[in-house]
Design a binder for this molecule. Structure first.
Ligand code: DGL
Length: 264
């Protein structure tokens, strides 16, 4: 591996920034590229065949352009579907983001765990297999949210998002059964940690929301080894739409340590 590895973090939109942030901390010397397929956002609304073809095509272009040493697919909706195809087509190592069902079920005391993801992610066979293999006797409720990823993007762009809308999307996660209550909610979409403060405030009772980003960053360091602090340049942003970001988005990107989008 090179002394200054190039890591490409990929998502449909801005959710992968929550993963990017942890990777930036864990890999202070790496060159980072943040790529968002915003021209095709949200991934949760696309059919499986269409999404596989899209991600493979976009990834092919990104790998040619940036020659990464490692790619992080910071998107559950893509990872639960496309990873086998990506690994078969490209030689670069891929780290995926899949619902953190195993640690959630290992840690739940009430044994009532909810998985909050896009409608597509909670439908995936991959997610159902994780529950079969790792629920460890927990009662797992799958909650597919049609709107939360878009609400998270809007909030990050400083557009108005009401508490009522967020509360409505997360409400089905909260289950009371035989005197027990859900105590753990897996955030199975990388957009949702962008709303974590508000979800904590709006939850009908306190729960542990599991954000997989720190575990993904550890996995990246397992594969690449530690880097020496001293990033060569700010992270580059690449948006497939080619649209210039609004002032609010630019400010948000700067907050995540990302420079201006590269011309596409
Ligand atoms: N950030 C993506 C995820 O982790 C999904 C949002 C979408 O494009 O639907 O699933």
């Amino acid at each position: 591996m090179t002394a200054t590895p190039t890591i490409l973090v990929f998502d449909s939109g801005l959710g992968g920034l929550t993963v990017h942030r942890e990777i930036a901390k864990a890999q202070p010397g790496a060159r980072l590229i943040y790529a968002a397929d915003d021209a095709f956002f949200p991934y949760g609304r696309h059919g499986e065949t269409e999404l596989i073809a899209r991600v493979v095509a976009v990834m092919s272009g990104l790998i040619d352009t940036y020659q990464p040493d490692l790619v992080v697919v910071a998107c559950n909706t893509a990872s639960t579907l496309v990873l086998p195809e990506l690994r078969a087509r490209f030689t670069v190592p891929f780290v995926g983001t899949v619902p953190a069902i195993k640690p959630a079920c290992a840690e739940s005391k009430s044994r009532l765990v909810s998985v909050l993801g896009t409608v597509a992610t909670v439908r995936r066979e991959y997610t159902h297999a994780l529950i079969r293999d790792f629920a460890q006797g927990c009662d797992v409720t799958l909650v597919g949210s049609p709107r939360l990823a878009e609400l998270a993007e809007a909030a990050l762009k400083a557009e108005p998002v009401s508490d009522a809308d967020i509360a409505h999307e997360i409400a089905p996660c909260f289950i009371e059964k035989n005197g027990a209550r859900t105590d753990t909610v897996v955030l199975a979409c990388t957009h949702y940690p962008l709303l974590l403060d508000r979800m904590n405030r709006l939850a009908p009772w306190p729960v542990r929301f599991i954000d997989p980003a720190p575990a993904i960053a550890r996995r990246v360091t397992d594969l690449l080894g530690p880097t020496v602090p001293g990033r060569p340049e700010p992270a580059t942003a690449h948006f497939t739409s080619g649209k210039p970001p609004s002032a609010a988005l630019e400010a948000a990107l700067t907050g995540f340590g990302i420079g201006l989008p590269a011309k596409v």
